[in-house]
Design a protein. Structure first.
Length: 155
């Protein structure tokens, strides 16, 4: 059976897959970014937290767009700048929506409830799992829309 003959998943399931694909890039970037930032910290708007989030966001875009390019290029049978541009369009809104949910949760954790927490502790990674769930919740509707309007392809 070829991939074109395979049964299609219900629309909502294909959106879940696409949203989790987005989350994979964000998660990988967040893991790398935490330790890069420890080596080279910088402040944004006077805040080390905002500096770290800026680095994480830029890494997430780099990782996410690269993943998207790797998926799109063989699917389209093309390479080069037009495919990179399409990958950026596909991933930018989805990834940004994910990060809004994730950073919104972590802002509550850091600025309201717990204060700064170290990525070397288990508490940090537990709270990051909850942040990823929040990212999923804010990115799912964006992925739904991106597929409906034809910017993103259903998985």
């Amino acid at each position: 059976m070829s991939s074109t003959d395979a049964p299609r998943h219900p629309f909502w399931q294909s959106i879940v897959s696409g949203t989790l694909h987005c989350g994979a890039g964000c998660s990988l970037a967040d893991m790398i970014g935490r330790f890069l930032f420890r080596a080279l910290p910088f402040a944004v708007a006077g805040s080390l937290v905002f500096g770290e989030w800026t680095l994480d966001y830029l890494l997430a875009l780099l990782v996410g767009v690269t993943f998207q390019y790797a998926a799109l290029s063989p699917m389209l049978g093309q390479t080069g700048l037009p495919v990179w541009w399409r990958a950026l369009k596909v991933d930018f809104l989805s990834l940004t929506a994910w990060q809004v949910g994730m950073y919104g949760w972590m802002a509550l954790v850091i600025f309201v409830w717990c204060g700064p927490i170290s990525p070397l502790g288990i508490e940090f990674w537990f709270l990051m799992q909850l942040a990823m769930a929040c990212g999923f919740l804010t990115s799912y509707p964006m992925n739904w829309w991106l597929v409906r309007v034809g910017i993103k392809t259903a998985m």
